[in-house]
Design a protein around this ligand. Structure first.
Ligand code: AHR
Length: 848
């Protein structure tokens, strides 16, 4: 097996002499990394109501009235949840972190509706719990209900309840009555007040908690219905655990999942499912972090978990349901457990190393629940839940996004304990919030897989297409546990999909190292978005998957067994300048002066600022003034921008003088400014005056797109520097005081990998064309003979801003067409803004 290095093989921008078409050469005889079957999985987290009010089928919000309780181990202080004020795990001192408590009142999502002169009152009550673990209930004190009056308790669902005509819903609730001799009527009511379904319980029954069940069948549908329980007489009624479930759930499981959302996940054919997070795993205090044991058994008795994303999960989608889902979709399970530290980006409360025994035991118990024989302690509990066979648990991860030596020492404790009992399990180490953490790696004695995260802005994947080619290989593998292009792409669009697809090609090519990956986050209820870009978006009634979803799905579906050496030669466009646009001046947390701005083209001066005139510049952000014939930016803060009015340049040399007068960094020179949405800039003295980098700004989001160049010494205060940008057709060179500091090369915009699918006997070529014009290509496959007709699966959009939507959920999905004329060398035109998979059957090995 050879490992191909992208820099050697993939991008060869040559002058367009031999051919104007892109050349893709695949060597059928040179195999690379075996493509890991565990690429690609999914990552579920309770974020943006991904589970509660999302994947989990329950339609009633706050069904157990537990949602106004303060997360365990925390206190409520002026509307904020405060964890214990103990020293932070990595900061070593008390950090005064707190988060707003979102519960609107004592019984969120519930309200009282009275009419016709009826009088009643609601109150949260803990006096006679249904179960000690879930002590809260709703007390409905009805003072009077005139003949024509009404008293109803209304649940708003999760931003409405989606009721479908003719569908059946299972209602369950518990009630206790005192001096109440009336009926209880359950109804689904449309947003316009129309009754959609009704069931009357003629008489509330006696003392103590009683369970009520019924099936509600909807005569009509409504996307934003409410659920109501109405009372006909005065008296006092307590309610608890009011649950409404569609009879139809994914795979018809009781306490199951919302079918459309679960189907999206199943269609991804995930190799594994990571659960339950994310920051959710970390919690905001060790006591409030998820506890798998409390997510088992009767749903009425599950106290729930407070998500650090600001809401309660009922834990209806608990550990057992997660394992069941993995089995249902044929995926391995990855269980991430809290390792005794709450989220370090938040509170960082922790349990000392010497008190980890309980957590270690709890983890081993969780594993036993999944894998133990039915006569083991926890295997028996699983069997009692109706599942005597083991579940497909294959991976466990020690915490989420922890890193550093202290974490690594803790990891070693868990690793040893787990491997001793379950050597077959793969144990993953977290690596913090981004790339591999070297202090963690140095201190870890042994790990199976490292989990690094890669949230990137638009353009990063193209600029760093060879990112994983360069990683040294060790005795462990890499899991990119959370990745997404999620900045500069709105709520996700075709640009994001092209970035994600390019990133995935890099993963697959480097599959000897990167054996697993999962996009994040997966699910978003659009009424409570906690994260800017998510894969599948939904409300109570509708859902759609973003183009990125389809890109991931098609690349996963068409995974090869082994990579084949692939060389891409894109004819360099030596004619069309890549950096056409306006120029500007800017700063970041720095006060700076600029003067003597001059632009030359072919040695001829085409612009000269002379004595700077304010009216020549469009000045936004910061505080700009002209003083002593220089343009000065005098305020700290981000995003000040002076844009030269009315002039656009294509290839040119920009020279100017710059002097720093205060602040943290130094100079920023925007260029290639096409519109407010997209431009580039040179940042000299970034990272507190330590490095120089090229950056892109897309829709107000910046991304570093060049290797940072470390400055020999910081830019000095009150010294004039001469800065020169030599902007060519495809390169930008930056000089300071006559010395070349760094050069930026326009990144490739076509990416390809190829492989052999040994299951089907096909060659698979995957191509991302990240530009807005069609790409004629000549594809040559050596050392293999291909059948004359193949297939193309194409995911394309009209513009980089395109995206699927609720209105047009499948506007941009892959299209499959036959490809005739396949041979040793064949032509194919890649669509603008597209991800393409070409498949061709291998006839027989060609004679050498
Ligand atoms: O996916 C959203 C969040 O990003 C996860 O909770 C966390 O692990 C990461 O920082």
């Amino acid at each position: 097996m050879k490992r191909f290095c992208l820099s050697m093989l993939m991008i060869a921008c040559v002058h367009a002499t031999m051919a104007q078409t892109t050349q893709i050469s695949v060597s059928g005889a040179t195999t690379g990394a075996t493509v890991s079957p565990a690429l690609h999985g999914i990552f579920f987290e309770e974020i943006s109501h991904g589970g509660e009010g999302g994947l989990y089928g329950e339609l009633i919000q706050n069904r157990g009235f537990e949602e106004s309780k303060i997360p365990e181990g925390c206190t409520l202080d002026s509307g904020f949840i405060r964890p214990p004020r103990t020293p932070h795990y990595s900061a070593g001192r008390v950090v005064d972190w707190a988060m707003p408590f979102e519960a609107k009142n004592d019984y969120p999502a519930w309200s009282l509706a009275t009419g016709g002169g009826a009088v009643a009152r609601l109150a949260l009550d803990l006096s006679q719990p249904l179960y000690p673990e879930t002590p809260r209930s709703l007390k409905v004190a009805i003072t009077s209900v005139p003949h024509t009056g009404n008293v109803s308790v209304v649940n708003e669902g999760f931003w409405g309840i989606s009721v479908q005509q003719d569908a059946a819903y299972t209602l369950t609730f518990y009630s206790r009555a005192e001096k109440y001799h009336g009926s209880i009527t359950a109804r689904l009511v449309g947003a316009n007040g129309k009754m959609l379904a009704e069931h009357v319980f003629e008489r509330a029954r006696g003392d103590g908690w009683k369970k009520y069940t019924a099936t509600l069948r909807a005569r009509a549908g409504d996307a934003r219905a409410t659920f109501q329980l109405s009372f006909s007489r005065p008296g006092t009624v307590w309610l608890d655990f009011v649950s409404l479930f569609p009879v139809k759930t994914f795979r018809d499981r009781a306490n199951g999942l919302r079918p459309d959302l679960a189907q999206y996940l199943a269609d991804l054919k995930p190799a594994f499912v990571r659960w339950p997070g994310g920051c959710f795993v970390e919690g905001i205090s060790p006591q409030s972090a998820p506890n798998w044991k409390k997510s088992l058994g009767p749903v009425e008795r599950r106290p729930g978990t407070y998500s650090p994303w600001g809401y309660w999960s009922s834990d209806g989608l608990g550990y057992h349901e997660f394992l069941q889902f993995c089995e249902d979709v044929g995926a391995d399970a990855m269980y991430v457990f809290n390792c005794g530290v709450s989220c370090e980006m938040r509170s960082g409360v922790y349990v000392e190393d010497e008190h980890l025994d309980t957590l270690v035991t709890s983890t081993l118990d969780a594993i036993e629940y999944a894998l133990g024989p039915p006569d083991s302690r926890w295997g028996r509990v699983r069997a009692r839940q109706g599942h005597p066979e083991p579940f497909p648990l294959r991976y466990v991860e020690v915490g989420n996004e922890q890193a550093g030596e202290r974490y690594a020492r803790r990891f070693n404790i868990f690793y040893k304990a787990i491997k001793e009992k379950y050597p077959q399990l793969e144990v993953l180490a977290a690596m913090g919030i981004a790339h591999l953490s070297q202090p963690t790696i140095r201190t870890i004695e042994k790990m199976d897989i490292a989990d690094e995260h890669a949230y990137k802005a638009a353009g990063w994947a193209m600029a760093y297409a060879d990112w994983y080619d360069k990683y040294p290989r060790k005795d462990w593998r890499l899991y990119v546990g959370e990745y997404a292009c999620n900045a500069g792409v709105g709520a996700g669009n075709m640009t994001a999909a092209l970035n994600d697809a390019t990133f995935i090609l890099g993963l697959e090519r480097n599959s000897d190292l990167v054996t697993m990956s999962s996009y994040a986050p997966l699910l978003e209820n659009v009424h409570d978005t906690d994260w800017p870009v998510n894969l599948i978006r939904f409300d109570a009634a509708r859902s759609f998957a973003r183009i990125s979803y389809y890109a991931i799905r098609m690349l996963n579906e068409h995974k090869a067994s082994v990579n084949l050496a692939t060389q891409v030669t894109v004819p360099a466009d030596t004619v069309t300048p890549a950096f056409t646009g306006r120029i500007g001046l800017s700063t970041w947390d720095t006060q700076t002066e600029y003067k003597d701005v001059e632009v030359t083209h072919n040695g001829r001066v085409v612009y000269q600022s002379g004595v700077i005139r304010k009216e020549d510049w469009r000045l936004t952000g910061g505080q700009w003034e002209v003083r002593d014939s220089v343009l000065a930016q005098t305020k700290e803060g981000a995003w000040p921008l002076a844009l030269l009015e009315g002039r656009s340049f294509d290839t040119y040399t920009l020279t100017l003088k710059a002097r720093k007068t205060g602040g943290y960094n130094a100079f920023m020179i925007p260029f290639a400014f096409r519109d407010d949405q997209q431009y580039m800039r040179v940042h000299l003295g970034a990272w507190l005056n330590k490095v120089a980098v090229f950056e892109t700004v897309t829709k107000g989001v910046d991304a570093i797109v060049s290797q940072p160049v470390r400055l020999e010494k910081p830019f000095e205060l009150n010294r004039w520097y001469t800065i020169e940008l030599r902007v060519g057709t495809t390169t930008v060179a930056c000089y300071v005081d006559g010395s070349l500091l760094m050069t930026y090369h326009k990144p490739a915009d076509l990416f390809a990998i190829a492989g052999r699918d040994d299951k089907t006997g096909e060659v698979v070529v995957k191509v991302v064309n990240a530009v807005g014009h069609a790409r004629p290509a000549s594809i040559a496959v050596s050392d293999l003979t291909l059948e004359p007709t193949g297939t193309a699966v194409v995911l394309a959009a009209d513009t980089p801003d395109d995206e699927n939507s609720f209105e047009q959920p499948t506007r941009f999905v892959p299209q499959t067409t036959p490809v005739p004329g396949i041979g040793r060398r064949f032509d194919y035109v890649f669509k603008p803004w597209s991800v393409t998979v070409l498949r061709a059957r291998i006839k027989r090995p060609s004679p050498r």
